[in-house]
Structure formats: C-alpha cells, structure tokens
Design a protein around this ligand. Structure first.
Ligand code: PEP
Length: 258
C-alpha cells in the first residue's frame, strides 16, 4: 500500500449470496463492529435487489455500496438490465466490472470497455477485474494476457477518467478456491498492472491508481498481501459474507496505516 499517493480500498463481492433480509441482518451487525475513524475506503458490492436494503443499513456510516454489474446503455428496451444512472439514483458509488465469473458467461473486453465508459460518465467508480487462468499462468502468458485485457478495456478512456478506475487483480485459479497467490506472486502482477497503466496514460495516473488483490483473501493472509507496495487493498468474496471475517480484513488494512 502507498497511502501517500492512493486510497486503500477494501471491497466485498457478495456475488449471488444474500437476500435483502440477510443484507439487513449483515448491516446491523457490521455497523456494530465497524472500526471507527480509520481511513481505508470500505465498499459492499451486492446483488442489485439488495441495494436499497444495503444503502439504508449503511446510512450515516462511511461504508459505500457497490453493484456487481451494470449495462452500458442509459435507458431503453433492454429487459432485465440495470443502467449506471439507475445505480447512482439508488445510492450506489462503486460497480464491479469484468469479473471473471461474468467473463465466463460471455462478457467480452469490448462489452467491459463500453460499461467502463458508461460507469465513469455516470460518476460511478468502477472496480475493473483482470486476471489469468491456471492454464495461462502455467504456460507463462500471465503478463501478456493482463496487458491485453487492460489495453482493450481502457480503449478511448481519457487519462483523467482512467485515474478514477480501481483495478482488481484476480487470478482466476485463486477465486473461491482457498488457493491464495503468494504476496510475491500478487505483487509481481500488480506492479506489472501499474507499469501498463503508466504506458497507456502517465506516471501520475499510474501512481494514483488503486490496485487491489482478489482471490481467497482472508483475515489471516490479508496483512501480508496488503504490505506489498503495489497492492492497495482487496476484493473479497467468501470472507466478506460474514461481518466479523470482513472486519478482520479491514483491521489488517488499518493496522498497516498505523
Ligand atoms: C471474488 O470473486 O472476487 C473473490 C475474490 O472471491 P474469493 O475471495 O471468495 O476468492
């Protein structure tokens, strides 16, 4: 982490795991045990149907609500989709884009690029996920794959807008598997991501971009991962579903700041 140049972000990705009722229960407990007066940015990304309950439960706290996906068009005949302005109106501040689970459902880099542009235009902070599969890692193409994802996802995005994007490095083989990348493995790729951003925009933008690690992060491994110079936070799936487990990770991020 580097608190001087960029914000630390600890973001939950609940995926399809909570109902609105469970969101209220989580919210009440999370508020009770939330560390006070610390500086790291906290985000709860949740299913769209939970957002009103999440916004209400976190009112008057420093916790931001995020969505897990959105559509790139603003309005129109797109049955079942939700637009960026709709999320903003509901009180959402962040949106996860390009998660590997959505890419596996057929979302392309061209789709993600359109969504990034729409999210930025609406004033949302996108959390863009990139990462390699186990096969790609084994065949030594991790850096090339991530460079390609970033180049395609960032097409036609101006440097001043690019600075508002949070990037999450999520090796697919580490998501939900209990197999965490070592701090060195994660740092190597996060550092590479920063280098790519520098080449695509500027040193200033690269230095200001928060880059998160995601993939089986938990209360036991968070401190070591967050101690790496280019890891500015975490995107957390499984360990974010329980308020106590999630707070452990927030505490690890806060400790490093002390
Ligand atoms: C994720 O899906 O973004 C994720 C990091 O999940 P987990 O923490 O469960 O590996």
């Amino acid at each position: 982490m580097n608190h001087k140049y960029r914000k630390t972000v600890i973001a939950a990705n609940w995926k399809m795991n909570k109902t609105p009722t469970e969101t209220r229960t989580f919210g009440a407990e999370f508020r009770r045990i939330l560390p006070r007066g610390r500086w790291c940015e906290i985000v709860l990304c949740m299913p769209a149907i939970c957002i009103p309950a999440g916004v209400k439960a976190m009112r008057d706290t420093r916790v931001n609500i995020g969505a897990e996906n959105m559509y790139h068009e603003t309005f129109g005949a797109f049955t079942g989709e939700i637009s960026a302005p709709m999320l903003v109106d509901a009180g959402v501040k962040y949106v996860i884009l390009g998660h590997s689970e959505r890419r596996a459902m057929g979302e392309t880099d061209a789709d993600i690029n359109k969504k990034l542009i729409a999210a930025l235009e609406a004033g949302l902070t996108p959390i863009l996920c990139v990462g390699e599969s186990l096969e790609q890692r084994k065949s030594g193409v991790t850096f090339e794959h991530i460079t390609m994802q970033l180049k395609l996802d960032f097409q036609n995005i101006q440097p001043e807008q690019l600075r508002r994007i949070v990037v999450a490095y999520e090796p697919i083989w580490a998501i939900g598997t209990g197999l965490t990348a070592t701090p060195e493995e994660a740092e190597e790729v996060c550092q590479h991501i920063r280098t790519v951003i520098r080449k695509l925009s500027s040193a200033k933008t690269a230095r200001a971009t928060s880059i998160l690690y995601g993939g089986s992060m938990n209360g036991d491994n968070a401190a070591q991962l967050l101690a790496q110079p280019d890891i500015d936070g975490g995107l957390i799936g499984g360990a974010s579903l329980d308020p106590e487990k999630f707070v452990k990770i927030i505490n690890a991020a806060n400790q490093d700041a002390e």
